[in-house]
Design a protein around this ligand. Structure first.
Ligand code: ZN
Ligand code: ZN
Ligand code: ZN
Length: 373
């Protein structure tokens, strides 16, 4: 078996998804390839034109509909180790008939995973004769609360990306381009235990003022502040995501002062995390520190996002999100300040909510870090 967790972990997740389906009043949910299917059964990969789907009725056993040419790959996951029912098909046959056959009789409320493409949604809806709805509320519930095995993988990812950040000061030097530094960082992400590089942002000087800047051919200058935001997936598929801000040479004192305020804001949000506190309260904890120092307008985005088998998932730590935090939720805390045409800074850790606070998965110091000039 090639899944990262033992079969009983997936059995628990599937049982929970079934129970949540029933609780939500849905008759059945249909889960296509994507993060939800990876989470529930260890089946990786994206949607292809040939339909693969996990059909979970509110009562009864799940069925996996799969093209025969994908069968051995799918059997090599929790689908095989748990002995789930399989309905396979070959080109020329009708996979949607198999989906219908796996459903309870005359279903009224059908939930579809949000990664299922229109290519498959429309034929399923046509046969049902009722309008399907999103299974997101059901599927989100399981994925949002990480179990011990998942937290261990997120910890592993956090330690791996910390090891990369510890190498960054030696790679960032005046005279090198962002692109050259990013290539070295990408190699370090793999060398430190990730199976894939998900993103590498090296935003130097004025490029740091653009939160979405990735890399460019800009040559790093003495006196630059550089935002380095990096992440990858460890072999289990769980992701890292961490940002630190580096100084090449001696930064301007006012810049250093503002970054010290940002470090305080980030820590205030980390300190605010505990069960029962809402996502928007955590966002406000960071925002209030910046606003009090006249930097509120420079903070252009939400404070954080959930992380797991994807790098952006629920819960979103944002203004207006009244979701109360619960033990096992994992998300980033990443306030930033951006001064167009000048510079920017962001500090990001991944935290996991514990019974009375949170565990910070990133241990590299937050302060502006001196890099080789
Ligand atoms: Zn964004
Ligand atoms: Zn990031
Ligand atoms: Zn992030």
């Amino acid at each position: 078996m090639t899944t990262p967790f033992p079969a009983d972990v997936y059995a628990t997740r599937l049982a929970r998804a079934r129970a949540l389906t029933e609780e939500a009043g849905l008759d059945v949910i249909v889960v296509g390839p994507g993060p939800d299917l990876t989470y529930l059964a260890g089946v990786e990969g994206d949607t292809i034109e040939r339909l693969t789907a996990l059909v979970i009725p509110a009562t009864g056993e799940p069925t996996v509909v799969v093209p025969r040419m994908e069968l051995s790959k799918v059997r090599d996951t929790a689908v095989g180790s748990l002995g789930l029912a399989i309905a396979d098909w070959v080109d020329g046959e009708d996979p949607y008939a198999l989906v219908m056959a796996a459903m309870p009789a005359a279903p009224v409320r059908i939930g579809l995973s949000d990664a299922l493409p229109a290519l498959h949604v429309i034929p399923i809806a046509d046969r049902l004769g009722v309008r399907p709805e999103l299974a997101t509320p059901v599927l989100r519930e399981g994925r949002m609360i990480k179990d011990e095995a998942e937290i261990a993988e997120l910890r592993r990812a956090g330690a791996a990306i910390d090891a990369v950040h510890r190498r960054v000061p030696a790679l960032l030097r005046a005279g090198r381009t962002e692109r050259d530094v990013a290539a070295d960082i990408a190699a370090a992400i793999v060398a430190e235990g990730h199976r894939t590089v998900e993103f590498v942002i090296v935003a130097s000087g004025p490029n740091g003022a653009d939160p979405h800047h990735e890399v460019s051919d800009r040559v790093i200058q003495d006196g630059d502040v550089v935002v380095v935001d990096i992440g990858g997936a460890v072999p289990s598929g769980y992701n890292s995501d961490s940002t630190r801000t580096y100084a090449v040479g001696t930064p301007d004192p006012e810049t250093a002062r503002r970054i010290a305020v940002l470090v305080r804001a980030q820590q205030a949000a980390v300190d605010a995390v505990r069960p029962g506190v809402t996502a928007e309260q955590v966002d406000a904890a960071a925002r209030d520190v910046l606003t009090a120092e006249g930097l509120g307008a420079a903070f252009l985005h939400r404070t954080g996002h959930g992380i797991g088998v994807t790098t952006h998932e629920e819960p979103y730590i944002a203004p207006g999100n009244a979701l109360p935090l619960r033990e096992g939720m994992a998300f980033s805390i990443e306030p930033g300040i951006y001064f167009p045409g000048e510079w920017g800074s962001r500090i990001e850790d991944i935290v996991v909510v514990t019974a009375d606070g949170c565990e910070n998965l990133n241990t590299v110091p937050h302060e502006l870090t001196a890099a080789g000039a």
